[in-house]
Design a binder for this molecule. Structure first.
Ligand code: MG
Length: 363
């Protein structure tokens, strides 16, 4: 068989009038809409594909009393959590503005009394796999000096126990945790067990990225709390993981669970079961980070979150003002209504131009 090399992918959103409308239990589309995918190979061939589903028509023209109505409106489309999260987030922002609330207050308005936002989120910093242990120690020292009160180290087989032991020799008391991003198997349990005498805050996602069952086998073998991140896609997953004893801590990524409505459901489960909860990050720009910070300022988010200050991520973010680290390893949440930060349209425009100039990028 001949191989092909993909050179470019071009997206064409299209609309086509229908000869006959197809009505179903969730309504009828006024015209056919699709994203046509044009794929070009290095030898000049063109391939075509089609994405048949859209979320935006499900919400345009709709009057919304609460952003928590969004998942149902978009429910005819299964999956696509990050696309749904993006749309729902924008609805939360305008709904909060329309009700003269900060985004954190808007979230709290959907909880029982007693969940008043704290005005800040407790945060930590995540450090990737480095070339050497001394290089890692240098970065840890730098981050501690900047004021971060919790250090998370990414680990992988061959870059784990020795690293953590050396860090503990230099910093016996810092709040330290490890994130495995699914790099281990249940058969590694004896190896992972050796982390138990390192006084770790937690080990995050040691096993498979959809797994809950094998984590329920692993957690009882460890005294170190297991935190699930990648495995939690919904409130149902969180409930199951907690009931099966698969984890003692949950890392919530609002984008991974399809938005803040599902995030609030997970929050309630963690409060009810007294499961420590924190908010993870996906290197969001100021738009996504402001909303995650607002959520992380709710009092049921009890552990430091992976939301660092702006200068950790971008030379120039899309929003103003930048987020700065304050005393006590916290970032204050904006006090303005809605997201509470100003999106800079000129930077959106330059970001779009950058995208055009650099897409498709190679990974
Ligand atoms: Mg993680």
């Amino acid at each position: 068989m001949n191989s092909i090399t993909i050179q470019d992918v071009i997206l064409h959103p299209v609309g086509l009038p229908l000869v006959e409308k197809l009505k179903t239990s969730y309504g009828a589309e006024p015209f056919k809409s699709a994203v046509i995918v044009e794929l070009i190979t290095s030898d000049g061939r063109t391939g075509w594909g089609e994405c048949p589903e859209f979320l935006i028509p499900a919400v345009v023209g709709k009057t919304i009393n609460s952003p928590t109505e969004l998942p149902k409106l978009m429910g005819a489309s299964r999956g696509h959590p990050m696309a749904k999260h993006a749309l729902e987030s924008a609805v939360w922002d305008v709904w909060a503005q329309a009700n003269n609330l900060t985004l954190a207050e808007a979230f709290a308005a959907h909880l029982l009394d007693g969940h008043t936002p704290k005005g800040h989120a407790l945060v930590g910093v995540s450090i990737g796999i480095q070339d050497s242990i001394p290089a890692t120690l240098d970065i840890i020292t730098k981050r501690l000096n900047e004021g971060y009160g919790r250090i998370k180290l990414k680990i992988a087989p061959g870059w784990d126990l020795e690293l953590a032991r050396e860090v503990r020799k230099v910093y016996p008391d810092i709040a330290l945790m490890l994130d495995a991003n699914s790099a281990y198997r249940l058969s590694d349990a004896d190896h992972l067990k050796q982390m138990d005498d390192l006084n770790l805050l937690m080990i995050e996602q040691p096993l498979g990225f959809y797994d809950i069952y094998e984590h329920s086998k692993l957690q009882p073998m460890l005294t170190t709390p297991v935190c699930l991140d990648e495995s939690i896609h919904s409130a149902g997953d969180a409930q199951m993981a907690i009931e099966l004893g698969a984890c003692k801590i949950i890392n919530l990524k609002p984008a991974r669970v399809a938005g803040y409505t599902e995030s609030l459901a997970i929050y309630k489960i963690c409060v009810d079961t007294q499961t420590p909860l924190w908010v993870g990050g996906l290197l969001e720009t100021g738009v996504g980070r402001a909303a995650n910070l607002a959520f992380a300022s709710l009092p049921g988010v009890t552990l430091p979150c992976d939301i660092s200050a702006t200068d950790r991520y971008y030379l120039q973010d899309l929003t103003e003002p930048p987020f700065a680290l304050s005393a006590g390893s916290v970032i204050n949440t904006p006090t303005g209504i809605g997201l509470g930060v100003e999106v800079q349209r000129d930077r959106i425009a330059s970001g779009e131009a950058y995208w055009r100039d650099h897409y498709p990028y190679k990974v």
